[in-house]
Design a protein around this ligand. Structure first.
Ligand SMILES: [Zn+2]
Ligand SMILES: [Zn+2]
Length: 339
């Protein structure tokens, strides 16, 4: 079979590799139909993803049909359309025992630590596949269950609820997913970005207010948006050392700040920033069994993955897709590759 392999930073190849085989009775093999390109895939390509190892078949946002099942598989059958949760956990460390398997001490992410979904076939465990109703969700949208699961996780961590004034920093695909999930939970959402086109898309997809931080004072905009409270929930998808500092500044007393970044450059933060406002600052990594909830949101039409997808490429054109994303940042939200 053919697969998208990053041999080492800046070297991507469409490679002939062995088709996976079932070894465990709970394994399933999926014929991949579509995958979303994530910033972290580009990070593996650029060599900036410190967690990745090489060579690697990338892709952690993907969907396909069940091609083969192990003898003990009961949840899905051959021919089912499924979205694949890339989180693989040990089941017995402290995080796993306490219901947070997404931060398992030995977590492995499909497409990062083990071979991923940008291949004609992929093997995973039955517990990682979630059936989607193909009469309601097409395979390209099903590939976007994963980024929306990040949006659900971040809002769970921020305890977003009805009437909250939420600030989502950054209007890329994760920011958009976070915003749409927050809206579905009954919050009002303000979004930021540096690019007007991305802010226009955010408005079109449901943001209540947008701020171009190059042109406007964010702190004034937040004060106005929240009637002087400060933001009740801030979810930071910009993920820079400065954005965290800003978030602590802009949060309301007793507010929640959720981080999504994996950068290792430190921020300058005095303890008083946490203490004075009694802030709840929480990290949000991957997602903690959120696929069923996301699929429900898709089926209800509560979020619009079809609008998140702005471009499609065939998987053989992966290098062109990477290049296109780099050159057209204002126009691209999510690029989906097809198989
Ligand atoms: Zn991703
Ligand atoms: Zn574990």
């Amino acid at each position: 079979m053919k697969a998208v392999v990053i041999n080492k930073p800046f070297e991507v190849e469409i490679k002939e590799v062995p088709k996976p085989e079932i070894h465990d009775e709970k394994d399933v093999i999926i014929k991949v139909l579509a995958g979303g390109i994530c910033g972290s895939d580009i990070g593996i390509f650029n060599g900036t993803n410190s967690l990745a190892t090489y060579p690697r078949i990338i892709g952690h946002e993907f969907a396909g049909v069940i091609e083969e099942v192990g003898t003990a598989v009961t949840n899905v059958k051959i021919g089912d359309l499924v979205a694949i949760d890339p989180v693989n956990s040990c089941g017995h460390c402290y995080a796993c025992r306490t219901g947070n398997h997404n931060v398992c001490s030995t977590v492995e992410v499909t497409g990062v630590h083990r071979d991923g979904g940008f291949a004609e076939y992929v093997k995973t465990s039955e517990k990682n596949v979630f059936k989607v109703d193909e009469s309601k969700i097409d395979p390209q949208n099903a590939a976007l269950v994963e980024p929306y699961s990040i949006g659900v996780e971040a809002n769970e961590r921020g305890r977003t609820t009805v009437g909250d004034k939420v600030l989502v920093m950054g209007s890329g695909p994760i920011g958009i997913a976070v915003m749409q999930v927050a809206k579905a939970r009954g919050a009002e959402v303000m979004m930021t970005d540096l690019l007007d086109k991305r802010l226009d898309r955010a408005l079109e997809m449901g943001a209540d207010k947008v701020v171009n931080v190059l042109k406007e004072s964010l702190s004034e905009a937040v004060q106005e948006f929240t009637n002087g409270d400060g933001a009740h929930v801030i979810i930071d998808s910009v993920c820079s050392p400065q954005s965290l500092e800003e978030a602590l500044e802009l949060a309301a007393p007793s507010g929640r700040v959720v981080t999504l970044g994996t950068g290792n450059k430190p921020s300058q933060i005095a303890q008083v920033a946490f203490t004075k406002k009694g802030l709840d600052v929480r990290g949000s990594r991957l997602s903690n069994n959120r696929f069923p909830h996301v699929i429900e949101l898709f089926e209800k039409g509560a979020v619009t993955p079809e609008k998140m997808k702005t471009h499609t490429f065939h998987f053989r054109e992966i290098e062109a897709a990477f290049e296109f994303m780099k050159e057209n940042q204002a126009d691209v939200c999510k690029v989906v590759i097809t198989f």
